[in-house]
Design a protein around this ligand. Sequence first.
Ligand code: KIV
Ligand code: ZN
Length: 520
Amino acid sequence: MSRALDAIKNDPNRVIIFDTTLRDGEQSPGCAMNLEQKLKIAGILDDLGVDVIEAGFPVASLGDFEAVNEIARNAKNATICGLARAKESDIEAAGKAIKPAKSGRIHTFISTSPLHMKYKLKMSPEEVLEMVKSSITLARSFTDDVEWSAEDGSRTEDDFLCMCVEAAINAGASTINIPDTVGYAIPDEFAAKILMLFERVPNIDKAIISTHCHNDLGMAVANSLAGLVAGARQIECTINGIGERAGNAALEEIVMALRTRHDLMPFTNNIDTTMITKSSRILSSITGFSVQPNKAIVGANAFAHASGIHQDGMLKNSNTYEIMTPESVGLKESKLVMSKHSGRHAFHEKLKELGYELKDSALNDAFIRFKDLADRKKEVFEDDLIALVEDEIFSENNDIQFVSLQIRAGTSGPQVANLCLSVYGAEECMEVEGNGPVDAIFKAIRAICPHPDAILQLYQVHAVTGGTDAQAEVSVRLEEGDRVIIGTASDVDTLVASARAYVNALNKLIAKRSSVNPES
Ligand code: KIV
Ligand code: ZN
C-alpha cells in the first residue's frame, strides 16, 4: 500500500501534500539543479514531512533518471513519484526510476481540453480517451500507486472530463489530478469543477482528487484551497512557489493558511512548519532564485513590523498585527556560529546541524574554504556556511572549474581580468580587457570557453549577511534558445564570486543541453 494513500485512509480531513519542487519547479527557467542538489532538496522535503515528492521526469535525460532513482533509494518516509507522458517509453522510464523506493508512484498525464487536443496533441477526444486507459494500465504494471492528470483540466469540457476521470479510475488510477495548467481559473470556478466531478463521476469515491494550480493570475494558492474545501484531498505545490512561468501554489502559503485558518478549513497534514524557513533559504541558495522581500511567509519582510503604529501595537500585544509567529515557521536570527579558531570537528558538527552530510574530500575542501573565509571575515554566520557549502557541493564534479583571478581596476582604465579556468581537466588562462572588471571577467570566460548562442540576461549581487566584510552572493542568468540557466556563487570578494557564478551557470547550461521538457 502506498504510504501517501495509507495516511489518508482513516482521516477524511487529512490532506496529502504533494511537492513538485524537483519536477515542475526544477523544469522552470533557471531552476535546474544537479544530482547532489536534488538529493539535498529531497532530504529536506522528506524531513519537512511532505507525503509525496515528485522527484523528476525520468525520460527527460539520463541525469533526470538518475536523480529520481537515487532519491527513490534514499527516501525515508515520503512516497517518491516520477512523471510520465502517456507514452510507453516515459512510463517504463518512470517505473524503473522509482523501483528502489519503499513507496513509489507513477504520475502520468495527457491533455484533455479542446484547445490542447486539437493543436498540441492533434488527436481526437476518442484517441485521447484510449490513451488514458492504456497509459494507466501500463503504469499499473510497475506500481499500484498511479496518479493520472488531465492536463489543462480547468479548461476541459465537463462531459469529457467526467468520461476521462471515470475511465482513469476504472483503469486503476488511485489519484486524479485536475491541473489549472495555465493559471486561468478563479477560486469559485475551480471549486465548482471539483464539486461537479464529485456529483457526476460514479466511481469518484475510489480515488483521491488532487489540485495542481499555476499562479499566472496570482490565484494558485486560493484555487488550491477552494479545491480542498470542495472535496480534493491532495494539493500539489512547491517551495517558494517555483514552477513554470509564474510558478505553482507555494507550499508554505498553503500549509500556513491551513494552520492559521483551521477554524474555517479544518484539515490536517504532516508538515513540520518550523522547517519552512530553512527549506526556503536552502532552495533559494541552490537555485539562485531569490525570494521577493514581501513574499508571504518566507519573504525577508514577512515578519518585519516597520511602521511606528504597528511596532507600538506589537509591543502592547503581538496579536494586534501578528496572525502567526516567526517561530512557527522556524524563523530565527542568523546565528554567529564560528571563528577562525574553530576546528574541523566543530565545523563538521555544525554542518550536520544545518543538514549537510559531506563526503570526506568535499568536507576537507569546504573546511579549507571556511578557514580562508574566517581569515578574511571577522564573524562567520550560519547563512555564510550555507552559502559556502552550496558553492562547494555545486563545483565538485563540474567540467569547468574556476582556478584563479587577478584584476586591474580603478579610474584609469581599461580594466583587465587575468583569469584561469580548468576546462575538462586542462588549465587555460586569458588576459582580457573590458568596460569594467565584471565585463572583463565575463569576456575572459567566453574567450576560454566559447558559447556564442548564450546571452547574459541578468547579473545580480547581494550581501549574505550584514557588514562591509559580508560575502557577496552573485546570480548570473544565461539564456540559450529556450534554456534559461541561473548560476550562483558567494565569496568575500565580489569579483571572484562573479567569476564563479558565471562558471556555475555555464556548467549548468552544458548539463541542460541534453534534456527534454515534458510540456513539449
Ligand atoms: O501544469 C500541469 O498541467 C502539469 C502536469 C504535468 C500535471 O504540470
Ligand atoms: Zn504544472
